[in-house]
Write a protein that binds this ligand. Structure first.
Ligand code: MN
Length: 347
């Protein structure tokens, strides 16, 4: 928490796997933060007798709190794990959000504790999205105040930006109150739904993503890209880039789980996307020429303004989703100039 790097660490770590009719791809990026504190788990097939169950989780840690393991139980599991963590971390600051999806052959269970979020896309629209546990929401503020705390600058006691988490034992010391009635609670919201054939994908991501993109923006963007490419890592990596360009200063992690009903390649969509790429390349060349630009940051700023006139940009992503086309054209014209941006917020 706290400090920032002079320029963002933009290297993306990608992990992929498949099993039980599911495919997953995860991308994570440290971004502007001094350290990477996000963690994740992805298991497409659990141990017997749950071999046909899959489990995925994203954990957004703060103050160097590490989440090395996570049990299979859901609500009880969260509470038990928090008790276990207390045995080793009681005196240490820090904690972690935990957002998980458990997928059985006929059901999806989402469990959320904190301000990371899981979203299910069904039939082309966001079907379920977990609720972020921010200190300033009514239920959370109510519990915090009853436990003797307050909400200032949107934070628990003016310090912690999330109101449910594993760890953070400094906020869990009222002996007269139960485990789930402390200022910061380890209790997850658990949502269950039946699986349908029209279920497309599940996204689990930390607040570094949701701070700058809405649930429907991320789902629409991913849905639209699945129609035009099989390159899943490129899709999840694009979300990182879009968020960085939109000014996210946090660590970012996005886990995409493709269900059997995920969108597949569509010839018309592919054609339209190729034409869009050509149009953007053309406009980029024109902008460089007309405004005699030799600086990439200035170019991106102008292209962002031009974007209003470009139809059919990827939904949810806009011009930043086509960042790489602009970068390519810039490199063709200026092979030696760096295509880097430092001042993301003003681009
Ligand atoms: Mn975060």
């Amino acid at each position: 928490m706290g400090g920032f790097l002079e320029k963002p660490e933009t290297e993306k770590k990608v992990e992929q796997g498949s099993g039980n009719g599911l495919r997953y791809c995860l991308s994570s990026m440290q971004g502007w933060r001094l350290e990477m504190e996000d963690a994740h788990s992805a298991v497409c097939s659990l141990m017997e007798p749950f071999k046909d169950w899959a489990y995925f989780g994203v954990f957004d840690g703060h103050a160097k709190f590490s989440m090395l393991r996570f049990p299979e139980g859901i609500k009880e599991g969260f509470l038990q794990l928090d008790e276990d963590l207390r045995k080793v971390n009681n005196d240490k600051p820090g904690g972690s959000t935990a957002t998980c999806a458990f997928i059985s052959p006929d059901k999806i269970y989402l469990a959320n504790c904190g301000d990371s979020r899981a979203v299910i896309s069904r039939g082309g629209a966001t079907y379920i999205s977990t609720i972020d546990h921010k200190p300033f929401s009514n239920i959370e503020r109510d519990r915090i105040q009853k436990a003797g705390g307050s909400v200032m600058i949107k934070r628990v006691n003016g310090t912690l930006a999330v109101s449910r988490a594993l760890g953070d034992f400094d906020f869990k010391r009222d002996q007269s109150r139960s485990q789930v009635d402390q200022m910061v609670s380890p209790e997850p919201d658990v949502t269950v739904c039946d699986r349908l054939e029209s279920d497309e994908f599940i996204i689990i991501a930390c607040d570094g993503i949701w701070d700058v993109m809405s649930s429907s923006e991320v789902s629409e963007f991913i849905g639209s890209r699945l129609l035009v490419t099989k390159d899943i890592p490129m899709i999840v990596n694009s979300v990182m880039d879009i968020c960085l360009h939109r000014g996210s200063r946090d660590n970012m992690t996005l886990l995409l789980i493709l269900l059997p009903g995920a969108p597949t390649l569509d010839e018309d969509a592919i054609k339209a996307d190729r034409n869009l790429d050509k149009t953007i390349a053309q406009i980029t060349r024109e902008v460089i020429e007309k405004h005699e630009i030799n600086d990439f940051e200035v170019l991106m700023r102008l292209m962002k303004r031009m974007a209003i006139n470009i139809p059919n940009l990827p939904p949810g992503g806009g011009i930043y989703a086509k960042y790489y086309i602009i970068e390519q054209v810039f490199h063709e014209i200026f092979p030696d100039a760096p295509a880097e941006i430092y001042d993301f917020c003003n681009v």
